[in-house]
Write a protein that binds this ligand. Structure first.
Ligand code: PLZ
Length: 448
């Protein structure tokens, strides 16, 4: 067993010693069914013993290649040494005082780092929370307080969370919204730029969205435009070039707060600190979570000082927001990203993955689009010769990859996107092996 091995030293190999899931996992799975709400799903019901580098080791001793990073969280790798050291040191000193009661330096340091790393050299402020959804909700609160307006513009294929406000902001019904309404008012959804399906240029797609805002809401009523620079759960949709800058220009011209939801795309994931940088945009506010803290729950809202400071004292907060242990983890993560140049690592992952995925596309004819940036890469799976979604094949390929010890995730409004979010510390031989396994499953299942 691997219990005594430090995650950082786990053998970096794919190793299958039982079926996946194995007997020990199946045993816990049956306890789970009896103890855990059926409402909580699982992509792959293995139970984890340890994880690090590019592998997840389950309690049956199987070592799986991790192409998901716990949904874009463990970008620095699981239990990264600097994260572990920072957490251990902090947890032994104090675990919680509540920043709103008696404060501590770690919170301030994380805000300083966010202010330094996010796009734009204007004066900034940050506030910390626990989850991505909470960051998005607070960005909306701040934008409303600053503009004294109500309307919030979001986009088709957008995902922003599972709380009531963010559910309403999220596009996809199943599984996120079905039977959970009613949703908060004053949320308006407009078309995204989805180059593979709409064929529009960025500026034309922006015109379409802006016209909808003007005609159906009225620009003067809009507090915030909230958009993911790359739509994550929606299927790693990269808007056509020029779409985001046109929206920023429209927001600036109309006193609207432009919010980039970088919960999934932030912190080196796309080969830049923030995906906004690829289009040279400077959001007024930016929401972060996931990759920020190496797996501990932490989230932030960062933005223009005058907007962030428009809220009355005491208007922002929460018992746990910016918990000291999570802040220590964030500082350890950020130091790791800088030290190991994980932006370069993400770009290297893209350079390896895209040609390999193109080969699979050429051999099988079932991949309509290969897209994404850095280590946020996806393929959209379609019926050959069409752009018609093939969700069944997507699910089958994912399942087959799982059985072969490669953890992949699906996404997309139509359920036909296979997405890859490897830890940025993924050893290259494992990335190669994962791609080989993925190719084999495509060849076996596509009838090619
Ligand atoms: N904004 C852009 O990607 C979380 C959701 C997984 P929380 N994405 C993964 C699931 O099925 O719940 C996400 C995101 C973007 C906000 C969120 C919400 O972040 O930390 O899950 O609340």
């Amino acid at each position: 067993m691997t219990t005594s091995t430090s995650p950082a030293e786990l053998p970096q190999e794919r190793r299958l010693v039982t079926a996946v899931p194995g007997p020990k996992s199946l045993e816990i799975q049956s306890r789970r069914t009896a103890a855990v709400s059926a409402g909580v799903g699982a992509t792959l019901p293995v139970y984890v013993e340890a994880a690090g580098g590019g592998v997840i080791v389950d309690i049956d001793g199987n070592s799986l290649i991790d192409m998901g990073s716990g949904i874009a969280v463990t970008s620095v790798g699981n239990s990264a040494p600097k994260v572990v050291a920072a957490v251990q040191e902090q947890v032994a000193k104090f675990t919680h005082t509540c920043f709103m009661v008696t404060s501590y330096e770690g919170y301030v340091e994380v805000c300083e780092a966010l202010n330094r790393l996010t796009p734009g050299d204007h004066e900034k402020r940050s506030a910390l929370f626990n989850t991505g959804a909470e960051a998005v909700e607070n960005a909306v609160k701040i934008a409303r307080a600053y503009t004294k307006r109500d309307a919030v513009v979001v986009f088709e294929h957008g995902y922003h969370g599972r709380t009531n406000l963010t559910m309403g902001m999220t596009a996809k019904n199943m599984p996120y919204k079905q039977s959970f309404g009613p949703f908060a008012p004053e949320i308006y959804r407009v078309p995204l730029s989805y180059p593979y399906h709409d064929g529009l240029t960025g500026p034309d797609a922006a015109k379409r969205a802006i016209s909808r805002i003007d005609k159906e809401i009225g620009a003067d009523n809009v507090a915030a435009i909230v958009i993911e620079p790359i739509a994550g759960e929606g299927g790693f949709i990269v808007p056509a070039e020029g779409f985001l800058p046109a929206l920023v220009e429209f927001a600036n011209a109309n006193g609207i707060v432009f919010v980039a939801d970088e919960v999934q795309s932030g912190f080196c994931r796309t080969g830049a600190w923030f995906a906004s940088e690829h289009e040279g945009i400077v959001p007024d506010l930016i929401t972060t979570a996931k990759g920020i803290a190496g797996g501990l729950p932490l989230a932030g809202v960062t933005g223009r000082a005058e907007i962030m400071d428009a809220v009355h004292v005491g208007g922002l907060g929460g018992t746990y927001g910016g918990n000291p242990v999570a802040c220590a983890a964030a500082l350890g993560s950020i130091a790791t990203m800088e030290e190991l140049d994980l932006n370069a690592a993400a770009r290297e992952i893209e350079a390896v993955m895209k040609p390999r995925l193109q080969t699979i596309a050429d051999k099988t004819g079932v991949i309509g689009d290969i897209r994404g940036r850095g280590a946020m890469i996806a393929v959209e799976i379609v019926k050959p010769g069409t752009d018609e979604p093939d969700a069944a094949l997507t699910g089958a390929v994912a399942k087959a990859c799982h059985a072969q010890g490669v953890v992949v995730l699906t996404a997309g409004t139509y359920g036909n996107v296979l997405r890859f979010l490897p830890p940025l510390t993924m050893p290259s031989h494992l990335l190669d092996e994962a791609l080989t396994v993925i190719e084999e499953q495509f060849l076996a299942l596509s009838g090619a």
